[in-house]
Design a protein around this ligand. Sequence first.
Ligand SMILES: C[S@@+](CC[C@H](N)C(=O)[O-])C[C@H]1O[C@@H](n2cnc3c(N)ncnc32)[C@H](O)[C@@H]1O
Length: 347
Amino acid sequence: MLRWAVVSTAIPMGSAPQLGPRVLRPATFVSSPVRGQSPPGSRRLRPFLKWAGGKRQLLPTFREFYPERFRAYHEPFLGSGAVFFDLADSGRLGNGRVRLTDVNADLIGCWLRLRDDPHAVIERLRALAADYEADPDDHYYRVRGRFNPMREAIMNGAGPRAERYTADLAAMFIYLNRTGFNGLFRLNSRGLFNVPRGRYKNPRICDEENLRRVSEVLSTLSVTVGHAGFDAVLRTARKGDFIYFDPPYAPLSETARFTSYTSVGFDDDDQRRLQQVAVELAAKGCHVLLSNSTAPQIAALYDGNLDAEKAGLVAHTVPARRAINSNASRRGGVEEYVITNLPRRTA
Ligand SMILES: C[S@@+](CC[C@H](N)C(=O)[O-])C[C@H]1O[C@@H](n2cnc3c(N)ncnc32)[C@H](O)[C@@H]1O
């Protein structure tokens, strides 16, 4: 049986370094959504990574809850940023401030390098994609073998320094994500990336157009990308801001367990702390949207929980598909929670 475990960039929650804001303009009120901002005929802006627990399939449901107006947007469990891209693509972010953070330093390093140096990243990724075609298996393991020592060279204690991620590393990170097993980012107990090659026929390794657009959007909006634990949002979010939380889900069963995006994992104490953060932000007048599984410990925190109710948080049960399960027969239809203090709009 396969078990997803030990993804190690050990950073105690909340103690991860904050990267300084890149362009910080005063928060502006975002006007009503401008739907379908992508020019007619053009392809939509979309995540450049596959990420375990990515939320693309839940976007139609989330759209029913997006606030009409908000000040800054925060996504503290960034991953591949499916909701950020959905908001950006539909013009809902206007010129407002955006703060994207995650505790995975490699992930953040890659986002930063793509934002700041897209040409170098794309050039290197293009070369990797061309070499992959000749002998995928051999090439994958050679790149993986180069990736580890390069990460080591910019280590700061437990993880690499996100701000020192090079274009080579960012290109390899995207390449390994597109060609590795299920797009997983998993480190062994020695801190080495050890995901085996995925069995894809024609993986799309270098989608140049999307990568360029992602970089452009990150540079033109007031986006801060940072390496931080989720509770850092308490220091940055203000009344009227919109926060989307997508934590590692509480497992519905042992075989569905996948909370190890970091070596410290995400346990019930973290889920409780997250509930307190969500309650505090809702009480402050922020718009809060949070997705999670319907595991009993999550129901206890949000479904009929007094603190959550007082803060105006409601737990909606929505249908979803679950892909992460080491047991293939247990993947498929499940219910999830969308927890929010926002009213639901029906079409
Ligand atoms: C379910 S994934 C987010 C997926 C994302 N919404 C997407 O569309 O791809 C959860 C993310 O939380 C991050 N994470 C885990 N523990 C964290 C913590 N304590 N603080 C901040 N981020 C954390 C993981 O690195 C992972 O990227």
